[in-house]
Design a protein. Sequence first.
Length: 172
Amino acid sequence: MTPTLRTARLLLDPYTPEDEESFVALFQDTRVSRWMGDGPSTEAEDRALFGRIFTKVYAQDLFKVWAVRRDGRLIGHAEIKATETVGGHEIVYALAPAEWGTGLGTELAEKIVAYGFDTLGLTEVHATVASSNQASLTLLRRIGFEHVRDIAEDDGSVTRVLTRGLGAFGPG
């Protein structure tokens, strides 16, 4: 079961069916979706993805996925899951563009990393980021992630794999 987590300004809790419209709006915003998975999807695909959170992820406890809220509003999405791509657990996060530049991304990423170390007992956590996503790369480096390798994608783009070990220094 996905637990509820809190930071100074954020609430991370399981999605509810009432979150569908806000989830779809977040993932339909190309400023967000261009950095997620394989990039922008159709509205129907995002609605199907939202449905799978309940029918697959939560029903089978496949991994942890959270709605990210501030002042009661859904403003983002977060996950931590084992993936073959990184050979371990990867964090995934997204925030609505209105929240960019406020420090919430750092707050969110740190909370997911702490969950991986403190609750899941991991000794390292990974992230995959498009090499052109400088904001996310900067955020991750600032909280102790280090670039470990690149993945050449079929479309010619490059995805960076970053790793943070248990003892890595975070923000300070």
